[in-house]
Design a protein around this ligand. Sequence first.
Ligand code: FES
Length: 180
Amino acid sequence: MKKKKDTQKVKKEEPAVPPQEQTTSRRSFFRRTWGWLALLAGAELTFMGLSFLGAGRKKEKKKAEGNFTDIASVTEVPKGSVFPYRSGRLYVCHLEDDGFIAVSLVCTHLGCSIDWDKDKGEFLCPCHHSMFDIRGVVLNPPATRPLDYYPLKIENGRILVDLGRPVTRKHFSKSQETYA
Ligand code: FES
């Protein structure tokens, strides 16, 4: 009988969690959850930032490398001739010193398309009769500056031109030529 009484006593003495402690425990749970969420958000932001930087660097690298298009074989452009590539709005010219240059077919006067006069070995603009030599240098006004040119490289006997980067120039120089 006495034993039963003791058990009842023990049950009564079980410590109940005071309401203040319950609130504290809930608060710390929320604090921890918010902490984890903030950490996750931070990690995600860092990841996004790094991805963005990586994409930017890739873009810059690609831009620096250029976007070269295969235009023709070097054998298709004999010395002293030009190879029209109208979809790219340019001519690939094989100069007498064996260098190659890709010149824009857009006249630097008012933007008409120039034509190659094979007999004269000159470019002629049909609009106001500007004339350019095979290097794109002005022979006859009203155009006042040479035709723009494009970065060109030769790989495995193929002529490749970066169509996305026309270069404006005031003069011709040998550095604008590429040799096979
Ligand atoms: S547009 Fe070519 S000469 Fe005027």
